[in-house]
Design a protein around this ligand. Sequence first.
Ligand SMILES: [Zn+2]
Length: 173
Amino acid sequence: MGGGGFDDNMGEVVFDDNEDKWYWQNDFGVDFSVKTGRREMMENTNAIMPGRLFFWNNWVIKKVNVFVWRACLNRIPTMDALQCRGVEVGSTLCPNCGMTVESADHLLVKCMVARTIWWQICRWAKIPCPTIFESVGGLLDHANASVGEKNRKTVINLIFQTMLWRIWLARND
Ligand SMILES: [Zn+2]
């Protein structure tokens, strides 16, 4: 759970007879509103946990920054979060592996499907592969700590944020 303000931030999920789609309370029908997301972020500060700040990356499109920041806080509408909110979701299992309850950390980092992607990305980006996959924030910290030079850090962060977003889009297809 994201703690205080969780209900306010989760938005509403609307079901109808047509294609399933996620709606957010703060911008109906459009996936993320950057303006409201950014404002929300400023109100909440960008601390994703004590001692850890979110790397707001200006080379990454804003809605992806907002998405990844929310994912670090488990504030994206994964099955566990929806169930916490009392939304009827049927199965709460990860749609990719069917083995574990779907959380942001599981879907985006811990799931075998996600790990396979991160192994490939790390090899391609020539950075060490994480030995432990525990959380979205931990993965980003690993990427950040693996590179010294500032511009390269920004590029690696861009690759990781974009891939987190792609995994989420693929999950919703
Ligand atoms: Zn899974």
